[in-house]
Write a protein that binds this ligand. Structure first.
Ligand SMILES: NC(=O)c1ccc[n+]([C@@H]2O[C@H](COP(=O)([O-])OP(=O)(O)OC[C@H]3O[C@@H](n4cnc5c(N)ncnc54)[C@H](O)[C@@H]3O)[C@@H](O)[C@H]2O)c1
Length: 250
């Protein structure tokens, strides 16, 4: 029970779904946030089935009014917050000359502004209680280039820099801030992207072919790394970019 009685907000219910299940199994009271009600219903059912505590909130973390609603609903339900896992994100495709301004803005808003808004809302609570943990999901694309992901990679580089900056800003306040850099993880998002190819099976083979370990990662493997980083086992760890990528960015 590494997270016994901790209140953890987890945004995004793809990789985040496995994190909700693991954190709840480790004793956390989980607040799951997603745009998609069906994903929330599914993770809520599974957490409750195993006796875990979960509050599901349908919200858009890139909208300030929704973020306020998330924080007040969390405090109403559980009085405080100990862990913020900024994980929700979107993937955009294309080289820079193929990236429409609207897609650039959508990527920056969905992947970076969302983390700014959530962190801005939660940090005052952490400062008041003298402790707290933030984990942000960056990507292996922040560490090693991948073709056709210009805007996406820029957002994930921004998440990495934001993580380090926040880690320095709050290192004397009992607040740790780290980021995860997952490689290619088999999630609903990835399966949707593969389905968009003319030959999804061939596309999957190509994704697998570029993996040093010869396979994709899974959400449970990312969740184990997330658990370590948000738990007291990592109490001397801040400002790090933790790769879970099967050697992709080595
Ligand atoms: N899957 C991968 O291969 C991979 C690799 C590296 C990094 N990542 C990152 O991991 C994180 C999770 O991705 P995933 O693979 O689980 O994707 P996913 O699409 O399976 O899940 C993401 C979830 O976030 C939700 N979401 C998106 N924008 C939101 C918003 N503004 N407000 C609330 N909810 C929102 C979606 O509805 C979705 O359920 C993302 O930040 C992604 O960039 C994923």
């Amino acid at each position: 029970m590494q997270l016994k009685d901790k209140v953890a907000i987890i945004t995004g219910a793809g990789i985040g779904r496995a994190c909700c299940l693991l954190f709840a199994a480790e004793g956390a009271k989980v607040v799951a946030v997603d745009l998609d009600q069906a994903s929330l219903d599914s993770v809520s059912t599974d957490v409750q089935r195993t006796g875990g505590a979960i509050l599901a909130i349908q919200a858009d973390v890139s909208r300030a009014a929704d973020v306020e609603r998330i924080v007040s609903a969390t405090c109403d339900a559980f009085s405080t917050v100990h862990i913020l896992f900024n994980n929700a994100g979107i993937v955009t495709h294309g080289k820079i000359h193929q990236t429409a301004e609207a897609d650039w803005d959508r990527a920056m808003t969905g992947n970076v502004k969302s983390m700014y808004l959530m962190s801005r809302a939660i940090v005052p609570i952490f400062l008041k209680q003298g402790r707290g943990v933030i984990l942000n999901t960056s990507s292996a694309t922040a560490l090693r280039s991948v073709v056709d992901r210009a805007a996406y990679s820029a957002t994930k580089g921004a998440v990495l820099a934001l993580t380090k900056s926040m880690a320095s800003d709050y290192v004397r306040d009992g607040i740790r801030v780290n980021c995860l850099c997952p490689g290619t993880i088999d999630t609903p998002s990835l399966r949707g992207r593969l389905a968009a190819f003319t030959d999804p099976e061939e596309a999957r083979k190509q994704f697998v072919a570029r993996q040093p370990m010869g396979r994709l990662g899974n959400a449970e493997e990312v969740a184990e790394a997330a658990l370590f980083l948000v738990s007291d086992n990592a109490k001397f760890v801040t400002g790090t970019a933790f790769s879970v990528d099967g050697g992709f960015a080595v």
